[in-house]
Design a protein around this ligand. Structure first.
Ligand code: AMP
Length: 491
């Protein structure tokens, strides 16, 4: 097995790695570091959680350890799709470069230009940036990219999703033709392939097995869930989420809950909070200081549930996340890979549970196709809950058509006050986690009606009530109507 000491890294970098507690390089590190140190272009196909950040940071620091930066002319550039990821790379850089005298600047949105300008003016060895902010600085004439020796593009597939590819192409064009490029992507979409063919020169291609996606240390499950009605689905789904969290018990020390849309990130976070769960949202519309505070709290363990969108979670590196809950099935199969990669990191155990509603089954099939395995189906934990809790969900999974019309219209009335518009009205009665927000009196009559309509059950009900009382024909029904056939024949 390769050791870090075999990789020709700077001894000061080796010391920092040792202190970080890393015993041996991960496959992407063992593959990418040697060619990177030789000055070759590298195309790393690896997803988050594989140790890819160190696979470019360590050789970068080793190379930059010699030489000095000139004012406004950074010597290297690391481009990241999101602020959080950029901040994460900067943190990694600080860890590994602690014994090497290098300067860095982090150029991300939401932070004042002034401070960033001061750093750039002094001259930086490493510029870690999001593409938009980098170009803003360039256009203001504050930055010269002619001295960039190494350019790193991290999470290029995400850049593609976010529409950053034109920016990346422009930045490539602004850096010297002779620069070295280290390019990382979890997947190779045709557009990514095109960029690498255009801007990389005879790259060393290192692909780490997709197995990390569905690695054995991540237990996966999917719960197929159908709401009782479309307009109830969201609130019922949130209830299912709470039940799943509860069923995981203490094993769920902390978790990231992924939603597809920002609006749902907010709703789910608020809802969890109302039900007594320690949760906070993170997405791109929240201001930077808010996001940083939330992330710090989550990292430190003072926040248990981070409800996130894909973009916001990109830069998040929390080695001890016990669970990932996919509140929604992601629209892009690759996002599933990224999401569940937040747990089970660096060889730890992790669990990834997803809720899938019927309209998402196609996306689920795409994910299973991508990861080349079936995600085990899970039982709805609410089905084994106590009867009062079970009732609404038992309904929720029953076909809508089975319901009597009167029940539906009544439920709809209740819905407008209870559920819609989502979380604002979703008031828990008590902090009891699995308690249903629906009022109990509704449940009993609805069940009774259900039984009457189911053939045999109806007769049993009548005999329980003393034989010949017929329901639905008023108080004055002729005697014979209450008699059963059996009794007539016996007569
Ligand atoms: P990344 O894929 O860069 O996001 O890294 C995932 C996690 O693995 C981070 O928490 C790193 O600190 C950690 N890590 C990176 N390289 C190693 C290594 N060689 N051994 C153990 N952990 C590592």
């Amino acid at each position: 097995m390769t050791k870090f000491s075999d990789l020709n890294l700077n001894p000061k970098v080796l010391k920092a790695i040792d202190e970080a507690g890393y015993e041996s390089p991960t496959p992407i590190q063992a593959g990418a570091i040697p060619p990177a140190l030789e000055g070759k272009d590298v195309l790393g196909i690896a997803q988050t959680g594989t140790g890819k950040t160190a696979s470019f940071t360590l050789p970068l620091i080793t190379q930059l350890a010699r030489g000095r930066a000139r004012a406004r002319m950074p010597r290297s550039l690391v481009l990241c799709p999101t602020r959080e990821l950029a901040a994460q790379v900067a943190e990694n850089f600080d860890t590994y470069a602690k014994y090497v005298k290098l300067t860095k600047a982090l150029l991300i949105g939401g932070v004042s230009f002034k401070e960033q300008d001061i750093l750039i003016d002094k001259g930086v060895d490493v510029l870690i940036a999001t593409p938009g902010r980098l170009l803003d600085h360039f256009e203001r004439g504050k930055l010269i990219l002619n001295d960039v020796k190494v350019m790193v593009v991290d999470e290029a597939d995400r850049m593609l999703d976010m529409g950053f590819i034109p920016d990346i192409e422009r930045i490539f064009g602004l850096t010297p033709f002779t620069r070295q490029t280290l390019f990382f992507s979890a997947t190779m979409a045709p557009e990514i392939e095109r960029i690498t063919n255009t801007f990389l020169s005879a790259p060393e291609r290192i692909e780490v097995a997709r197995q990390a996606t569905t690695s054995e240390n991540i237990t996966q499950g999917v719960l197929l869930f159908k709401g009782s009605r479309k307009d109830r689905e969201a609130s019922e789904k949130r209830k299912v989420l709470r039940a799943i969290i509860d069923s995981e018990g203490d094993a769920c020390s902390n978790a990231i809950v992924f939603c597809n849309r920002k609006v749902d990130v907010d709703i789910v976070a608020k809802s969890l909070k109302k039900y007594g769960y320690d949760a906070a949202p993170i997405h791109g519309d929240l201001d930077q200081s808010h996001r940083t505070r939330t992330l710090d709290g989550f990292r430190e363990g003072s926040l248990r549930f981070l409800v996130a969108s894909d973009v916001a979670a990109r830069g998040l590196d929390v080695p001890s996340v016990s669970h990932v809950f996919n509140f929604d099935v992601p629209g892009h199969a690759e996002d599933y890979v990224h999401r569940i990669g937040r747990t089970g990191r660096a060889g730890r155990d992790g669990k990834a549970i997803m809720i899938c509603v019927p309209r998402d089954e196609k996306n689920l099939a795409d994910i299973e196709h991508l990861v080349q395995r079936e995600i085990p189906r899970m039982d709805n934990p609410l089905k084994s809950a106590k009867p009062a809790d079970d009732a609404p969900i038992a309904e929720a999974v029953a076909p809508v058509a089975d319901k009597p019309k009167r029940t539906r219209s009544r439920t709809r009335k209740k819905e407008t006050t209870e559920v819609a518009p989502a979380v604002v009205q979703e008031q828990p009665k008590a902090p009891e986690p699995t308690a249903a927000p629906e009022p109990k009196p509704e449940e009993q009559p609805r069940r009774g009606r259900g039984r009457r309509g189911s053939g045999n059950g109806g007769r049993d009900d009548r005999s329980d009530r003393g034989g010949n009382k017929v329901v639905g024909l008023g108080d004055h029904t002729p005697e014979f109507i209450g008699l059963s056939f059996k009794e007539r024949i016996a007569d």
